[in-house]
Design a protein around this ligand. Structure first.
Ligand SMILES: Cc1cc2nc3c(=O)[nH]c(=O)nc-3n(C[C@H](O)[C@H](O)[C@H](O)COP(=O)(O)OP(=O)(O)OC[C@H]3O[C@@H](n4cnc5c(N)ncnc54)[C@H](O)[C@@H]3O)c2cc1C
Length: 336
């Protein structure tokens, strides 16, 4: 393979109902850094139907070129049309790097593409950099999070990687940036389409996604049960926060998986993170250690969570949390 034919950093811009997902903006920020290191361009792949109005925004977030595939077949995500569209773009234009968000959609799309394009894919990267040899250095946790592995795709192109939402930082929007918007026509092989979306039923959600929350009150095995989490709920209400959880309480069936923080849950970066009765296993830390300010309450003063906490309280959550809630409620009343 002649690697010199491959250049530029491409980002798959995931959109749902025409709303560009935060992870795509974060990836554009990282792609900008990588492209600057290589002296190449950032190319955003915007796929959907009636979505071309979003292109300028992507330029403001760091893209030099936006490839816009505006097709009826791409209105809603289904695997085959999206895989065909991106595979066509990659074959025609030969990017050096392709970045995809590790969302449910990205996790479906990434492996299909890497198989079709006969190249590697490193999933769930937590760090991306460029080596002296101009290869992409893709870092991700390995062996259950006990060590970090840096993976290189030396022999094949493009170098593909998925990154979870919340891991990379988005660049500030710069409306003065200029770029090129290019329309791309996709030649679908419709005989391969096997799935038709007949109806979309949205789950009723009145909670904010934990990756979007500014304050999180997270509970672990030390919180114990649903009653314990109801106690955390009261504290969260006082603070305008969301409740999240360690995996232990998800496995115990006390909390749903979409509230799980960590390596196999979500990566969060709130301004304030409360770790209540959470030991601080490496797989949990991987999902929250970048939080702005961390408060930990644990009855074991040697708990590893205190190693990352800005403020540690050694005590029983069942005593500390109601006191904290009471005090904060009084303070907020006083400040009104
Ligand atoms: C491949 C893999 C992926 C994983 N992914 C994740 C992940 O995404 N997220 C995740 O969280 N974990 C994950 N884990 C599991 C992880 O290793 C830990 O088992 C888990 O995080 C432990 O949860 P915990 O801290 O709630 O429970 P424990 O480790 O049991 O800790 C409970 C803590 O509560 C304290 N405590 C007990 N009672 C009280 C009390 N009354 N007051 C105050 N403190 C109290 C204890 O001192 C202890 O520190 C993963 C593991 C593997 C192998």
């Amino acid at each position: 393979m002649d690697k010199t034919q491959y250049k530029d950093v491409y980002v798959f811009v995931e959109q749902r109902d025409g709303v560009v997902q935060k992870v795509a903006v974060e990836l554009l920020g990282k792609a900008r850094e990588l492209a600057d290191a290589l002296g190449e361009r950032v190319v955003a792949m915007l796929l959907g139907h009636d979505i071309s109005a979003k292109a300028e925004e992507l330029i403001a977030y760091g893209a030099d070129v936006v490839l816009c595939a505006d097709e009826r077949e791409l209105a809603q995500y289904t695997t085959e049309p999206y895989a065909q569209a991106i595979a066509q773009i990659v074959r025609e234009r030969k990017p050096s790097i392709v970045l995809i968000g590790a969302t449910t959609i990205g996790r479906d799309l990434g492996p299909r593409l890497s198989a079709r394009l006969e190249t590697g894919l490193t999933a769930d990267c937590t760090g991306l950099d460029i080596s002296e040899e101009r290869d992409l250095l893709m870092t991700r946790p390995a062996f259950g999070g006990n060590l970090m592995a840096t993976i290189i795709c030396k022999e094949h192109r493009p170098q593909m990687s998925t990154v979870r939402p919340g891991v990379m930082r988005a660049k500030e929007k710069d409306a003065s940036r200029t770029g090129v918007v290019e329309k791309v026509d996709i030649h679908f092989d419709k005989s391969k389409f096997r799935v038709k979306v007949l109806e979309t039923v949205k789950e009723q959600k009145n909670k904010i996604d934990i990756t979007e929350a500014k304050v999180l009150v997270s509970g672990g095995r030390g919180v114990g049960n649903a009653e314990g989490f109801a106690m955390l709920g009261k504290l969260a209400e006082t603070l305008g926060a969301e409740v999240s959880s360690s995996r232990a309480m998800v496995d115990a069936g006390v909390m749903p998986h979409d509230r799980q923080v960590g390596q196999t849950g979500k990566t969060v970066r709130p301004d304030l993170y409360f770790a209540m009765g959470i030991s601080g296993a490496i797989q949990h830390l991987a999902g929250m250690e970048e939080s702005g300010y961390i408060v930990a309450v644990n009855k074991d003063k040697y708990a590893p969570i205190f190693g990352v906490a800005d403020l540690g309280i050694v005590g029983d959550v069942k005593k500390v949390v109601p006191l904290l809630t009471e005090r904060l409620a009084a303070l907020s009343k006083h400040n009104k």
